[in-house]
Design a protein around this ligand. Structure first.
Ligand code: ADP
Ligand code: MG
Length: 679
């Protein structure tokens, strides 16, 4: 077995680990020997001080020097063995569960002086230590400082120490994968040495140096894997798309606004990709309402003009419909647009599939149904995926492969995330970012209101309705773990119905998909003025007429989520409002969130603040991104190492360095389980 195989082997293969222990370790997400290494000491226990019995503190781990005074080995099942020890200030009991007499006699020989150590407790008016962890007859042989690991119930410190020591002793030497420059940056500390040092009590207070090297490894591996997916995708030459910009001006005439600079820049970047002989694999990122749809439709038009078909995948039926309507409106009649969703009837569907395979449809908009096996395109040239932050790197790669060699890929996401996160989640793609919103877009005015003042809010709502505006009223799930708990929204709906009669609709996760869409359509067509809902209001739907969102119990939501919710309004040119309702006694953190929201509408800024408050793991979309959490690296705190790794990967790409050199690294950290797919 080579070093890597050893590290990736099951923890069962360590002698002394049976099914029971391995099940306990699994609870801590430790499956392989490599996993075990990442359970770094949480802390170190200092045993360098020897305490007298009258100076012991209950609950602390302390070390003492005592004389073994008396054995008490009851011959009754379930009663523990006891050894009474003393020093010149008092007595203490050592209690042993499940230990043989012979063993106890050996480690605590009668009338000898010994060093014992363990957690001090108090029972029957006497100090005691249960299963003392470190016993020695020689003061000098007691390990002065011991690492402390985070363990689960049932796994004791001593056993764990033994396991980890076994592993550390047989840690293989791996060939250095870092370049000479990088290695030097981390003081030439090898991977193995970093690990050993981090588990070593000597380094009690100075893990920084060793940790950084390991964090860098982790980031580098993530980036290298993305980079190889990327180069794999780019390797196959595609037919260049050939188009001129004429038809675009006809589109521009049909929309009543001018594109923003960021939109124009994104279009340029996309066009460049389309015209090149390398496959486009691009992320278009922009905050809610930044105008991604028009950019993607212009890209579609260019692809269609170069005699290719386009597939546009929306996350929901209603969004597909909305995109479809827009496409019909802005494209000339000679361009054939169609829509295919789960609801499309059999006959219609058959016709669409036939037209599609015969090349009679230029742009097909739809939901997931667009990529079922039965569907054959005539000449697919571009896939657009809207709001799919649930796609991980592996699924994207699959999609790109399935789309065929001439097909470009554009993914759109409305989750504004900092750059280190983009590099992590979307490192396999090129990115275009729409940062600025359309100029005439007014800031959404954000207020916070104590729920006691509900009467004022109701008055405001009625006034807005009177002016022809529409309102979202969001209630949180009362209990996140019970996804069916819609009480708060139902209650609010009942109250509003009494006042607003049939002008209010209710939307929650317990409704069937059809039912949900029906209500949204009603809202879109202005048959109702208010939607009371849980957070299910879909991402991305354009309700230009909705200009007020009221969020009850706003403190229950995270910052990014509040921002996304707020983004449901303010898409038209109307003045829009977001009212954050709260109860008394807000926590400091909740106050902070509300303050940040009031102060800015910039999604990027907000997500950065959110990461600072909650850590990156909770960031919207990250969990679904298919990127497993880093063990050590943190995109907020290790930004410098992320940038360093990015630079290094660029260098590796540029100098065409053979990735074989990084084989061990990649195998160890294959976090997306993707390696098999790409090499
Ligand atoms: P998102 O980026 O969230 O998908 P949309 O593409 O749905 O945003 O656009 C939101 C709204 O902004 C739409 O009503 C769209 O017509 C409008 N819009 C897009 N670009 C501009 C622009 N440059 N100027 C003014 N309005 C725009
Ligand atoms: Mg959108």
């Amino acid at each position: 077995m080579n070093g890597i195989e050893y590290l990736l082997s099951n923890i069962n293969s360590i002698s002394g680990i049976g099914t029971k222990t391995s099940n306990l370790l699994k609870k801590k997400n430790i499956f392989t020997i490599f996993d075990l290494l990442w359970n770094l000491p949480r802390d170190f226990i200092d045993r360098s001080n020897i305490f007298k019995i009258n100076k012991l503190e209950i609950g602390k781990v302390q070390t003492l020097k005592v004389l073994v005074n008396k054995y008490n080995f009851p011959r009754i099942r379930n009663l523990p063995n006891k050894v009474i020890c003393e020093d010149d200030t008092g007595k203490i009991d050592c209690i042993f569960f499940n230990s043989y007499e012979g063993y106890i006699r050996k480690i605590l020989p009668l009338n000898n002086e010994v060093i014992i150590s363990g957690k001090i407790s108090f029972f029957n008016k006497r100090y005691q230590i249960i299963n003392p962890t470190h016993i020695s007859t020689n003061e000098n042989s007691v390990k002065k400082i011991q690492p402390k690991y985070s363990l689960t119930d049932g796994l004791n410190e001593k056993k764990y120490q033994k396991i980890i020591n076994t592993v550390l002793k047989s840690l293989p030497d791996l060939d250095e994968w870092l370049s000479r420059d990088m290695s030097k940056r981390f003081n030439n500390i090898s991977w193995k040495n970093s690990i050993l040092q981090l588990h070593d009590p000597k380094n009690y207070n100075k893990k920084g140096d060793f940790l950084n090297r390991l964090i860098f490894d982790e980031i580098l591996s993530n980036f290298l894997i993305s980079s190889s997916v990327r180069s794999k995708i780019k390797k196959n030459k595609k037919t260049k798309k050939i188009f001129d910009n004429g038809p675009i001006s006809s589109v521009m005439k049909k929309i009543n606004f001018k594109l923003t600079n960021d939109q124009l820049m994104a279009i340029n970047e996309i066009n460049k990709d389309l015209r090149s002989d390398m496959k486009m694999f691009r992320l278009l990122q922009g905050d809610v309402g930044s105008g991604k749809t028009i950019v993607s439709l212009i890209a579609s038009l260019n692809v269609i003009n170069s005699k290719f078909q386009v597939a546009f995948m929306a996350p929901t039926e209603i969004l597909a419909k909305q995109h479809y309507n827009l496409a019909i409106k802005i494209f000339d009649n000679n361009i054939n647009v169609d829509i295919l969703t789960g609801k499309t009837e059999f006959k219609e569907r058959k016709k669409i599939l036939k037209n599609l395979s015969e090349g009679k449809i230029d742009l097909l908009i739809g939901t997931h149904s667009l990529f079922q096996n039965k569907i054959k395109y005539n000449k697919l040239g571009l896939i657009i995926i809207d709001e799919q932050h649930k796609f991980g790197v592996k699924q994207r790669k699959k999609l790109s492969d399935k789309a065929g060699k001439n097909c470009d890929v554009l993914v759109m996401s409305a989750t504004p995330i900092p750059r280190t996160m983009i590099m992590t989640i979307y490192g396999d793609m090129d990115t275009s970012i729409i940062r600025s919103k359309p100029k005439e877009r007014k800031e959404i005015k954000t207020f916070s209101k104590n729920e006691k003042k509900i009467d004022e809010i109701l008055k405001f709502v009625q006034k807005q309705i009177h002016n022809g505006n529409q309102i979202f009223w969001v209630c949180p799930l009362i209990d996140e773990s019970k996804k069916v708990d819609h009480q708060s929204s139902i209650k609010r709906y009942e109250i509003l119905k009494q006042i607003l009669k049939n002008k209010v609709g209710l939307l929650h996760g317990g409704l069937e998909k059809d039912e949900k869409e029906k209500i949204l359509f009603k809202f879109l067509n202005k048959q109702i003025d208010v939607i009371v809902s849980t957070t299910v209001i879909e991402v991305g739907i354009d309700f230009p007429n909705a200009n007020v969102i009221i969020i009850e119990n706003a403190n229950k939501f995270g910052l990014s989520q509040l921002h996304q919710l707020r983004g449901r309004v303010g898409r038209g040119t109307k003045e829009s409002f977001c009212i954050l309702m709260f109860k008394n006694n807000l926590s400091e953190n909740a106050k902070k969130r509300i303050k940040i929201l009031k102060s800015t509408n910039d999604g990027f800024k907000i997500s950065e603040e959110d990461m600072k408050l909650r850590g990156y793991g909770d960031l919207l979309g990250f969990k679904q991104s298919g990127v497993k959490n880093f063990r050590l690296a943190d995109p907020i705190h290790n930004e410098d190492l992320f940038l360093l790794a990015e630079k290094e990967v660029k260098k590796i790409e540029k100098e065409n360095i053979n990735l074989n050199k990084y084989n061990s690294l990649l195998k160890l950290y294959d976090r997306a389980d993707i390696l098999n797919d790409i090499v």
